[in-house]
Design a protein around this ligand. Structure first.
Ligand code: GLC
Length: 752
């Protein structure tokens, strides 16, 4: 009967198709799958092959004969990259492609607010749409394994639960514009040093429990339409054409129906590119990276080499049709969707969004004597010191570099907010990176300064000595070996002699605020001498306003660290047990093996396991008000394999101003057949509470949250027994615990 109904339906569809004037693939009344099949059936092999690879720096061919447009991609995760020439990295010189630079994704993660992630995704998606881009090459969700990774500023921290909860709304926001998010870099791209030749050696527990969850959430919950393979290798295959990561896990276990895009020049083998799940090959020239001819794209693995193999009968077209189906599906979701919105660029709404996300992501690490917020009635002179108070940060750092419509510096923001009541003086303090150009985009700043470090220090100390409050703005920048693609940092220390300057300022004026601008944890040898410390990230276009809002108390800081600030590099798993940056093979292959020997013990999981005290813990962040946590209560201390229990905790605002607190739920498996972390973040709530009021915060606990990945059985397992729920204001500041039992064990397949 079912077959009869199906055949009748199919006949009706064919009849309708035969009678309607619009071809099925152009008929938006039809399902995407019907349109895909119809378009595929009309395409020649050459047209199919042309869709699989770049035709220019950032585009791939459509099928003009059928009215299927080419697909345009754009960087990056923080804003829409300025236009480059067809086949050059050189700027196209447009005058209408400036963008809003949104805060870096570490800042978004530090908001711990999925609503901000949705706002972010929607806004950046609108800018991509307005610029007629079909794939946004972002967000990045690689886990923060080492604080030396040059690209951590583009990612969402060390914890898979936090990264998963932030990436999903970002993807949905972008795609609500009919623009595909392309989540990157899949997978195990946790360092930049030797990024093209590092073979990550990681056990399945760490792979499934730590490094894949954010990608899985982006695909399964976010519905991502594209994924970018990473440069590195895994199990000796480049991740851009990796049977395990792409065929077995992404497309197999997770059922991904979108497009796998290579990183630029990430494809290295034609047979693997054909068979191991790569769908679109991008890059620069012939080998995708280095020198090449004007039209090298025909030499790409998925270009003429692939066509020749088909023509010679050496490979079939099954993989080809699967790749093209995926690309057509993306086209029907994007540039062939005539109902998608039109987007907007540099709108007041986007500028407001950039500011709001920045304000919510700034983390107040320390505030002794309630030095902050700065009391404009009391403070008559503010000394602002440090290169990062005026250095533009939206230019540089690699492919996320932008041509921002504007970038308000911390100094400009402070002058704008405090200048009417206080005298603002500035001193450079130190000279760091004086460059100001990336790919032809220039900051226009001349940061050259011929003075010696001692002269610079003397000027800063003199300014500090005459001020009521000193705000030092330093940290890292987007230069190589700082927070920058294709290079890692050499160590945790702040560069350019900043520690010496900060220590001198602390001796000179006790009212010292240090604002650290970075995408990574840094060492703070002066931490005891400095009463107030702010972690301010790369805040983008509205940097100065966002920072001044927090410094003045116009905004009560509510950010929490998305990564541990370790007390020393040796307190990081990758640098203690792990094998960073890896061991070069001596077989002439040029490959470096990097053993993730720390396994699942990344970030606070490592410090907990080894009873180490971090400089500042994961999830830490203060407020200008105070919160009191009541005793957590559990709806039942017995959880069945298919049940849920609820944990309730009252949180009161005991201060004198409204504030937002991120209440964190960690779970501990008291006894397990395999080693597990002391505790793991499994949920969080950001709640805004008025002074004197109390919020009842609730968490639902299900057996899924109790599971670990049993690599022996290749499935997720929750074992019966005792668990502890820990409610914290950070991973180290646990306010209360409740015990409960899982009455019977349960499990689920790896892909669920
Ligand atoms: C770069 C980056 C990737 C970026 C791409 C295009 O090498 O790894 O994140 O999207 O190339 O610029």
């Amino acid at each position: 009967m079912k077959k009869l109904l199906l055949s009748v339906a199919l006949m009706a569809a064919c009849f309708a198709a035969a009678t309607s004037s619009v071809p099925v693939y152009l008929d938006e009344q039809r399902s995407i799958e019907e349109r895909v099949e119809d378009a595929l059936s009309r395409m020649t092999t050459e047209e199919k092959i042309a869709m699989l690879h770049a035709q220019s720096k950032f585009s791939s061919a459509g099928v003009a004969r059928l009215g299927i447009p080419e697909i345009w991609t754009t960087d990056g995760p923080h804003g829409i990259r300025p236009e480059v020439l067809w086949d050059k990295w050189k700027q196209a010189g447009w005058t209408n492609d400036s963008c809003v630079a949104f805060p870096a994704l570490t800042c978004l993660a530090a908001t711990w607010n999925p609503d901000m992630a949705l706002l972010y995704g929607k806004s950046i998606g609108e800018e991509a749409r307005y610029r007629k881009k079909d794939i946004l090459l972002g967000p990045g969700v690689n886990i923060y394994r080492t604080p030396l990774n040059g690209r951590n500023f583009e990612y969402m921290g060390e914890d898979p639960c936090l990264a998963s909860r932030i990436v999903v709304p970002y993807v949905k926001g972008v795609q609500s514009n009919g623009v595909a998010a392309c989540v990157k870099h899949y997978a195990l791209n946790n360092q930049e040093i030797n990024r093209h030749t590092t073979n990550a050696i990681v056990d399945d527990r760490a792979l499934y429990e730590i490094y894949l969850p954010a990608f899985k959430a982006a695909v399964r919950d976010g519905g991502a339409w594209a994924i970018m393979g990473s440069y590195n290798l895994y199990k000796d295959q480049h991740a851009c054409h990796n049977r395990y990561l792409l065929n077995d896990i992404l497309k197999g276990e997770w059922g991904f129906d979108g497009v796998v895009v290579s990183d630029w020049g990430g494809a290295h083998d034609t047979d693997q590119a054909i068979a191991n799940g790569l769908d679109m090959e991008f890059g620069t020239w012939t080998d995708g990276l280095s020198s090449g001819t004007g039209n090298a794209y025909d030499n790409y693995h998925l270009a003429m080499p692939y066509l020749r193999l088909i023509k010679e009968g050496k490979v079939g077209t099954k993989e080809l049709d699967d790749k093209v189906r995926r690309i057509l599906r993306l086209a029907f979701r994007t540039n062939m969707n005539t109902r998608r919105p039109f987007g907007s660029l540099c709108s007041p709404e986007h500028i407001a969004a950039a500011r709001r996300i920045g304000e919510e992501g700034i983390v107040l690490l320390k505030n002794d004597r309630n030095l902050l917020p700065i009391d404009t009635d009391r403070v008559k002179r503010i000394a602002v010191i440090g290169e990062n108070a005026l250095k533009m940060m939206t230019v540089g750092g690699g492919s996320s570099s932008l041509k921002a419509k504007y970038e308000l510096s911390p100094l400009e923001g402070i002058r704008k907010r405090f200048g009417d009541k206080s005298e603002i003086v500035y001193a450079r303090g130190y000279v760091g990176d004086t460059s100001g150009e990336y790919n032809g985009v220039v900051t226009g700043q001349n940061l050259n300064d011929g003075r010696t470090p001692d002269e610079l220090l003397a000027e800063a100390v003199e300014a500090a000595g005459k001020a009521d409050v000193v705000v030092f703005v330093g940290g890292l920048n987007k230069a190589a070996h700082q927070d920058c693609e294709d290079s890692d940092r050499a160590g945790l220390e702040l560069p350019y002699g900043q520690d010496r300057v900060i220590a001198a300022l602390a001796r000179t004026n006790k009212n010292l605020v240090v604002v650290n601008i970075s995408g990574n944890a840094v060492a703070m040898p002066w931490v005891r001498e400095v009463p107030a410390i702010i972690q301010a990230w790369y805040l983008g276009t509205e940097c100065g306003n966002a920072l001044a809002s927090v410094l003045s108390g116009d905004v009560n800081p509510s950010g929490k660290l998305p990564m541990t600030f370790p007390a020393a590099l040796s307190d990081v798993g990758a640098h203690s047990a792990g094998d960073y940056p890896g061991t070069p093979r001596n077989d002439g292959s040029g490959i470096t093996d990097c053993k993730y020997s720390e396994g699942i013990f990344v970030g606070y999981r490592w410090t907990d396991r080894n009873d180490l005290k971090p400089l500042f813990p994961f999830g830490h962040g203060l407020s200008y008000t105070t919160f009191r946590y009541g005793k957590p209560a559990v709806s039942s201390d017995r959880l069945t394999a298919d049940g849920t229990i609820t944990i309730r905790v009252p949180v009161s605002n005991t201060g004198d101003r409204t504030g937002a607190e991120v209440v964190q739920l960690y779970l501990k498996d008291v006894e397990s057949s395999l080693p597990r972390p002391v505790k793991e973040l499994k949920d969080f709530r950001k709640v805004t509470i008025e002074p004197g009021r109390t919020a009842e915060v609730e968490f639902e606990i299900t057996p899924d949250q109790l599971m670990f990945f049993d690599d022996g059985k290749h499935e997720w397992v929750a074992e019966a027994g005792e668990f502890v729920a820990l409610i914290g204001s950070s991973s180290s500041d646990i306010k209360g615990t409740v015990k409960f039992k899982l009455l019977s064990g349960t499990s689920k397949p790896a892909g669920r």
